[in-house]
Design a protein around this ligand. Structure first.
Ligand SMILES: Cc1ncc(COP(=O)(O)O)c(C=O)c1O
Length: 471
């Protein structure tokens, strides 16, 4: 493709996306396709001769779009949002356009330094403890890195915890790997169990700690489990506290959990994948109380904030444990900057070697929106969720699952599980909105997650009319 052609097709693609963003709310939110429908519409093999970009865009509209869930629809209330802010999207184009691979500082110094700086901006916006920041001059022991997902952040935290525990126990009764134990609440995300499996800690050595009536971990139960494991000769090494669980956005008490973990030398990772973003507003920062006791923390700007999938911000209070666990320096990667010790090589902060220039997404997102507008978005969504929950509370057919937190409303119909499930099915089949479900104490619960960037009061009103008419 010659430069002038690229320019013309670039405009076509931007036009296509702009039209999609304009019209997405008119599309059925969930796809209405059966397994195999999409593949059947595609040629069996790649073309031998070039085709036009216009033909590709036509096929995109005709064959691919009908097979999509429209995560960017303002009527998307499922799971948690995966917002693509237009400025972040442009940052992503720039990242593709530059095509740099930032595995080492030396392979693109600006890629590394912009990332370090953006994660400091985000840490400031969220008012995270200073231990997670990377000030100039490398004086800090901690710092942040962009991972693809919260799952990868948790995996990196777990590896660091495992290696730290091995280091502490070295020499005593051989390799302690078979005695390492981890903890999370019964409500924690499945990525924790997966991370532990990957690093050789089987599921039966993940203790799932009971929760209280707010769905938050009971610190006394955590303490009991750690003490019981120690008494059996096991080694408690890793604990994940959730700031915003996936089912209900329950907030584990980080302060008390942190005290227990610090006392027992257990690595505390705080998973704030969705809810953490709310801390850009001072009034929602209470959920982070005690965070200075944590060894690591992660939050997903690709969820609520709009950075576009994928972008998880992962912070460590002491980078030595992470880098020590993941750094291997083969001859072909040696370079003077690395050897000087004065630079960050982010390949040592993640599982893969190569890495994209994701910081551009954050840079454009922050600059083109400004922090005030981002705070405003969060506050608006929280306000919408509160007002929806209030409407449900005054309708005797609905039961809101308390506590209702931030932008999430969990509810059920008093008619029971089957009635709640058929309401959710009816809403989703209508194409006018999309919601998902969970189970709490084996009861079927519908979730309305309000956080899509373009959702307005009118969309929430329409959802309520739909729920109320079909309940
Ligand atoms: C609390 C929590 N942790 C982790 C995850 C996993 O996120 P990711 O897809 O970034 O791995 C989620 C996803 O919704 C989540 O809610």
């Amino acid at each position: 493709m010659r430069s002038e052609e690229f320019r013309a097709h670039g405009y076509e693609v931007i036009d296509w996306i702009a039209n999609y963003m304009r019209d997405v709310e008119t599309l059925p939110v969930a796809p209405r396709v059966k397994p195999g429908d999409i593949r059947r519409a595609l040629p069996a093999a790649a073309p031998e001769e070039p085709e036009t970009i216009a033909a590709c865009l036509e096929d995109l509209s005709r064959s691919i779009v009908p097979g999509l869930m429209h995560w960017q629809s303002p009527n998307f209330f499922g799971y948690f949002p995966a917002n693509s802010d237009p400025a972040a999207m442009l940052g992503d184009f720039l990242s593709s356009g530059l095509g740099v691979q930032g595995m080492l500082w030396s392979t693109s110094p600006a890629c590394t330094e912009l990332e370090t700086h953006m994660l400091d901006w985000l840490a400031q916006l969220l008012d995270l403890p200073v231990t997670f920041r990377s000030p100039d001059g490398g004086g800090s022991r901690g710092g942040g890195v962009i991972q693809d997902t919260a799952s990868s952040a948790t995996l990196c935290a777990a590896i660091s915890a495992r290696e730290r525990a091995r280091g502490v126990a070295a020499g005593a009764q051989g390799d302690p790997l078979g005695r390492l134990v981890a903890y999370s609440s019964t409500q924690a995300h499945s990525s924790i169990e997966k991370a532990l499996r990957i690093i050789g800690i089987p599921s039966d050595r993940l203790r799932t700690i009971e929760v209280d009536d707010q769905w938050a971990m009971r610190p006394s139960a955590l303490r009991g489990a750690i003490e019981a494991d120690r008494a059996r000769g096991l080694i408690p090494c890793f604990c994940v506290a959730a700031v915003g669980t996936t089912s209900t956005l329950a907030v584990d008490p980080v302060e008390s959990i942190g005290q227990i973990c610090n006392e027992h030398g257990v690595w505390l990772h705080v998973d704030a994948a969705m809810a953490g973003i709310a801390a850009i507003c001072p009034e929602f920062r209470e959920m982070h109380r005690g965070l200075e006791r944590a060894d690591s923390y992660c939050v997903n700007p690709h969820k609520w904030l709009g950075a576009g999938f994928d972008c998880d911000a992962f912070y460590v209070a002491n980078r030595a444990a992470l880098v020590g666990a993941l750094s291997i320096l083969p001859e072909y990667l040696r370079n003077a900057a690395t050897e000087s010790g004065a630079v960050i090589d982010y390949r040592d902060w993640q599982v893969p070697l190569g890495r994209r220039f994701r910081a551009l997404k954050l840079w454009l997102l922050f600059r083109a929106n400004g922090a005030r507008a981002l705070r405003e978005m969060v506050r608006t969504h929280v306000g919408f969720a509160r007002s929806l929950a209030d409407r449900m509370r005054t309708d005797p057919r609905f039961e809101v699952i308390e506590p209702q937190t931030l932008g999430l409303v969990c509810f059920r119909l008093r008619g029971g599980d089957a009635a709640t499930e058929s309401l959710l099915t009816a809403i989703n089949e209508s194409g006018r909105a999309f919601m998902t479900h969970t189970r709490l104490s084996s009861r079927y619960i519908a979730r309305v997650s309000i956080g899509q960037r373009t959702t307005t009061a009118a969309h929430v009103d329409a959802l309520w009319s739909l729920l109320s008419a079909r309940a």
